[in-house]
Write a protein that binds this ligand. Structure first.
Ligand SMILES: [Zn+2]
Ligand SMILES: [Zn+2]
Length: 124
């Protein structure tokens, strides 16, 4: 693993590319998704890897295609994404989904968007 600190390499393999969004101003849509994740988390409906339970983890990972799971960096490989899934935003199947990592308060939210939805989230 090239960079075990942030756990991104296994995900890059899974997604065929994962672009970290630093200091990203999320769209209303993405803000709503993060809110949904936190609501699930606080309701206790989320599976957390053992490292999070013992409080030894640094950054916490979750993914829009697997909202019931949060992990530490090394365990983030569980978010390996099935190739046949649709865009996380418009829910349309697309051959060329782009993996994005949105960071907010120590939480890294992974999402995969089609080119059109990438442009909605990250205007050029
Ligand atoms: Zn873990
Ligand atoms: Zn889309």
């Amino acid at each position: 693993m090239a960079n075990p600190r942030n756990g991104l390499p296994p995900l890059m393999i899974a997604l065929g590319g994962l672009v970290p969004l630093y200091d990203h101003e999320p769209s209303t849509w993405l803000r709503d998704q993060v809110e949904d994740l936190r609501t699930r988390w606080e309701a206790g409906n989320t599976f957390a890897c053992g490292h999070l339970v013992t409080g030894t983890a640094g950054v916490t990972f979750t993914a829009l295609w697997r909202r019931d799971t949060v992990t530490c960096s090394p365990c983030a490989a569980v978010f390996r994404r099935p190739t046949d899934q649709a865009c996380d935003r418009c829910e349309q199947p697309h051959d060329e989904l782009h993996g994005l990592a949105h960071q907010v308060n120590g939480l890294v939210v992974l999402l995969a968007l089609c080119p059109r939805c990438v442009r909605r989230e990250v205007p050029a």
